[in-house]
Design a binder for this molecule. Structure first.
Ligand SMILES: Nc1nc2c(ncn2[C@@H]2O[C@H](COP(=O)(O)OP(=O)(O)OP(=O)(O)O)[C@@H](O)[C@H]2O)c(=O)[nH]1
Length: 173
């Protein structure tokens, strides 16, 4: 496989309706925000990190408020236009990023971590396919996209990752 030039993307839009306020900016026990933690998790593995779906970051494609796939599509097009071979993604509500995950995910085709569909690897060649997918009606679900492209599912037995949806999820960290 050719050497990869990897873009990291934190999917950080959405409504945070269960959290009750913008969860990306919620502080962790160490005082840094969830968004800071997500960025720090990706940084060692990528040449650049972009934030998708919030002010100052990439604007979702083809439009805002289409869910995480709109953010992934923005990242894939940024990667395509700037000479990256693929995108590693995480969510802003994912404060831990397993250090050995990129080696398990990155390959010729798309892959996700079992149970954490936003922890994924997406070759840049998928940009046109995701455009087509999102142009069809009712195609916002990540599961439909994973089915469409036949994404590989990586298992890491014993790994338990926190996913912050509600304020009380922070208390368990
Ligand atoms: N770029 C982008 N990211 C999104 C969008 N919707 C959700 N996300 C991100 O995807 C991850 C999972 O989001 P969810 O928790 O399912 O949705 P949410 O809207 O953030 O929260 P709820 O309103 O509580 O469902 C989080 O990191 C969100 O920031 C979107 O429209 N665009």
């Amino acid at each position: 496989m050719a050497e990869q030039r990897i873009l990291g993307a934190v999917l950080a839009g959405g409504r945070s309706s269960r959290f009750g306020s913008d969860k990306a900016l919620a502080p962790m026990p160490d005082g840094r925000t969830l968004l800071d933690h997500a960025i720090a998790g990706l940084t060692p593995h990528v040449a650049q990190v972009v934030i998708c779906g919030r002010n100052g970051g990439l604007t979702d494609r083809p439009a805002p408020d289409m869910g995480p796939l709109g953010g992934l599509n923005a990242a894939l097009h940024h990667a395509h236009d700037h000479g990256f071979t693929g995108v590693l993604t995480t969510g802003c509500d994912m404060p831990l990023y397993p250090a050995d995950l990129p080696a398990a995910l990155i390959g010729a085709d798309a892959a996700i971590l079992k149970g954490q569909q936003l922890l994924g690897w997406w070759p840049v060649s998928l940009a046109a396919e995701l455009d087509a997918h999102l142009a069809e009606a009712n195609n916002r679900s990540i599961y439909g996209w994973l089915d469409r492209i036949g994404a590989r599912v990586v298992e890491m037995p014993g790994l338990v990752l926190p996913n912050i949806n509600r304020p009380e999820d922070l208390a368990g960290l």
